[in-house]
Design a protein around this ligand. Sequence first.
Ligand SMILES: Cc1cc2nc3c(=O)[nH]c(=O)nc-3n(C[C@H](O)[C@H](O)[C@H](O)COP(=O)(O)OP(=O)(O)OC[C@H]3O[C@@H](n4cnc5c(N)ncnc54)[C@H](O)[C@@H]3O)c2cc1C
Length: 575
Amino acid sequence: MLDCDVVIVGGGLAGCRAALEIKRLNPETQVALVAKTHPIRSHSVAAQGGIAAALKNVDGEDSWEAHAFDTVKGSDYLADQDAVEILTKEAPEVIIDLEHLGVLFSRLPDGKIAQRAFGGHAFRRTCYAADKTGHAILHELVSNLRRFGVTIYDEWYVTRLIYEDGEAKGLVMYRIEDGRLEVMRAKAILFATGGYGRVYNTTSNDYASTGDGLAMAAGAGIPLEDMEFVQFHPTGLYPVGVLISEAVRGEGAYLINSEGRRFMEDYAPSRMELAPRDITSRAITQEIRAGRGVHKDGGAGGPFVYLDLRHLGKETIMSRIPFCWEEAHRLVGVDAVVEPMPVRPTVHYCMGGIPVNTDGRVRRDGETLTEGFFAAGECACVSVHGGNRLGSNSLLECVVYGRRTGRSISAYIQGRNLPELDPEPYLQDTKTRIQTLLDQPGAVRISHLRQAFQDCMTEHCGVFRTEAVMAQGLAQIQDLKSQYSQIFLDDKGDCWNTELIEALELQNIMTVGELILASALQRRESRGSHAREDFPQRDDGEFLRHTLARFEGDKVVIEAMPVVINRFPPQERKY
Ligand SMILES: Cc1cc2nc3c(=O)[nH]c(=O)nc-3n(C[C@H](O)[C@H](O)[C@H](O)COP(=O)(O)OP(=O)(O)OC[C@H]3O[C@@H](n4cnc5c(N)ncnc54)[C@H](O)[C@@H]3O)c2cc1C
């Protein structure tokens, strides 16, 4: 058994920022960071558009209160307002700290950090490094991990959280290189495992975004919060689903239907293309449904709309959003300087997650906390995004709550001993699980079952939802789950067995998908990204509350948790 003071699962922005904080506060603390990818390959590296903070470098009237209001309104009033206050108040400080670490933000002519417009934000407050912001930040954070002596276990796959009687004690982890299994025991465990885009068939997320942390927490009996809120980003490049950053609209691009019209004037006349993502994604979906989508031959009735940048001019495109230009050029052969890009909504972000308090401590239920268990970043739900996240608030959450959770872990482990733990049964259990997968004689291909599951989620729990369609989806999921024991692996070895990893990930995808659907079914209202055609209104009387969904045996049990409302009373959400 390996021992350390703190083990962090995840080498994205949240995990790295937490590790850095723990080491800064006490360089003696032994911190291990485990990631199934190399940390630099975490999905954070793909973040493009930027990170929000009321620095007032461009718009002097901005303030943390204005940022907080935009965030709460954007969340459709489901965000916890105490958590939003922390997020927006601490934002300027964490950005300056990143810049001191060496992050190369884009600059204004006077040398200050540049800030651009973003959907749902009333002021220009998104700081950026061209359209490679995540790349710029993650590289600095990862080099600092090395500087501070964090032990990195990269390309180790965590298979299980060891959780006994409300206390997290360790992890079971598998070295992808040679199949070695280890139990890692720690005084505190932090999950920073990112999102679950791969639960759906079209996503902007990387292949590793399979919701592992969420599924491991759920598997241990911990509830997941607000899982029905799945963010569809309006501009996924058609047909691949890869993201075209909101920065492109932030710089002034238009959304155009088959009639050549800027249709957003019908949906959000005051904000147009810079309405929040839930509203813009619904607008695009409605245009496509109404036959005003564009066809590959340029005619009407097709499956996408246009994102038109041509009026921005080559110089702006190449200096501010060069990566987006390159993506469209490389992946679909479109030169955005002279032709519009084909786009449609793509699954992008997980608003819900492992429920935590504002110190990053994981909740055991609506009232009590777990011991030794923390979560931060996209896999956590603190909840600053409620029903819909504003662009550029996620990187910010990773950094603010990564730092904050790092601090709270540093204090938590003072005087705490390593937990009592017998690793043997856990190792044995994982060995058996892996051996069963390798030995089972079934005839189902992992890729087929995964595709069927992703198609089921996309069809039954997409941008628009109804009771009947979701109930069908849930029934179909049970059938697909039962086929898991029939999957067949070609690779029986223990050296770089990525097929085995895919099999383990598929189980996580299924667990997370079921919780999304079950949570979505019980919320009989429309709020944020959760749009019910059978319940089109927001219902604050019944549903201004968080959902907590957990497994009891095979059954999903749903409970409610109150929302913290201490500053902005709920209003109708108009743009
Ligand atoms: C294309 C794209 C562009 C985006 N642009 C922006 C933007 O401009 N602004 C913004 O605010 N947000 C943006 N987002 C969202 C934002 O990037 C993410 O929410 C955020 O980076 C998540 O960071 P994280 O640290 O929580 O997790 P991630 O960066 O996803 O890292 C997860 C880590 O967990 C590890 N891991 C997961 N499971 C396991 C396991 N079983 N065992 C071991 N390790 C595991 C992975 O290896 C990885 O290191 C974007 C997202 C995408 C997909």
